[in-house]
Design a protein around this ligand. Structure first.
Ligand code: NDP
Length: 285
């Protein structure tokens, strides 16, 4: 393997430690503990693991977390009522509704109901708008985690050709927005399922971010030699997790690459902790 490994586990641990220190200072100064309320509807096993990991990370960082577990048959009205209660609870600073929600629920309406000041996932249209205007209130967790990895690994983005594969509201679109914003200043191309010549776009990339959700979709020979490859994908194949990039072949050509697992995944939770503390600060003002 020629590429340097960008160690998300280590970078995330450093971020969590920094948040823990900041949370302790904040508590000492204002007597307030940052508090994340997580809402889990139904019993999807992967969602349960994600929520548990988020709770544990909060506690380790000296933040409070409360889990609201609702049954699979919860109605839209009941869930909206819980969100309103959490919006009004001044002891709660961040609200996270774990996705995906059961199919009978309208996720957009639920996410829109979270008050923007407590929207630590940065999904609310007001927060998305602020991000696009270059004055973010919260940074969306996964793309913010990627930006942090680029910063820590010393990856230059200014004037570079960045290709993002995937245009979801959670990863691809906000990732493109962050790379485009002043300061990051990349020249950004976004590919999706209707794009043509994706391999050629990838071959032009100084920085490639893969967020497709298809195991090893990005082939090793699509990687521009000397480029930086960030693999956001987490796909379960039989009993192991693989990314969206053909890792071994890509690592022969890239200058730096993130592994799966141990790459972007841990960063997402680390950024959620930062956002929770940031939300607590915002609510003191
Ligand atoms: P979505 O399914 O919401 O979006 C996938 C995107 O990939 C869509 O924009 C889709 O295009 C595009 N796509 C699908 N098939 C193709 C194709 N054949 N060619 C080109 N583009 C294609 O997924 P997410 O963005 O939520 O997640 C992407 C991956 O990242 C998943 O593996 C997920 O598990 C992982 N993930 C990891 C996180 C982490 O913390 N590391 C956090 C969130 C996600 P179109 O819009 O045209 O349909």
């Amino acid at each position: 393997m020629g590429a340097v490994l960008i160690d998300g586990k280590q970078i995330a641990a450093n971020c969590r430690n920094a948040t823990a220190e900041a949370a302790a200072k904040f508590n000492a100064e204002f007597g307030v503990t940052g508090h994340l309320a997580a809402v889990l509807v139904g019993d999807d096993p992967a969602s349960q693991v994600y929520v548990r990991n988020k709770e544990r990370a909060c506690e380790k960082a000296g933040l409070r977390s409360t889990l609201h577990r609702l049954s699979e048959s919860t109605s839209q009205t009941e869930l909206l009522e819980l969100v309103q209660t959490l919006n009004q609870d001044s002891s709660v600073h961040g609200i996270l509704v774990q996705l995906p929600l059961p199919a009978h629920l309208n996720a957009t309406e639920i996410l829109d109901a979270i008050t923007p000041l407590k929207d630590v996932d940065a999904f609310h249209p007001e927060n998305v708008g602020l991000l696009l205007q270059g004055r973010p209130r919260f940074l969306p967790c996964t793309p913010a985690g990627v930006m942090k990895m680029l910063e820590v690994s010393g990856t230059e983005t200014v004037g570079k050709r960045a290709v993002v594969v995937g245009r979801s509201d959670i990863v691809g679109k906000p990732m493109a927005a962050l790379l485009l914003q002043r300061g990051a200043d990349a020249t950004v191309t976004v590919c999706h399922s209707r794009s043509q010549d994706i391999a050629e776009h990838c071959r032009s990339a100084d920085l490639l971010v893969a967020a497709v959700g298809i195991p090893e979709f990005i082939k090793g020979d699509w990687i521009r030699p000397g480029s930086v490859v960030i693999d956001v994908g987490i796909n379960r194949v039989e009993d192991r997790l693989v990314g969206d990039v053909e890792f071994a072949a890509a690592a022969e050509r890239a200058a730096a690459i993130t592994p799966v697992p141990g790459g972007v995944g841990p960063m997402t939770i680390a950024m959620l902790l930062e956002n929770t503390l940031h939300a607590a600060r915002l609510q003191l003002q």
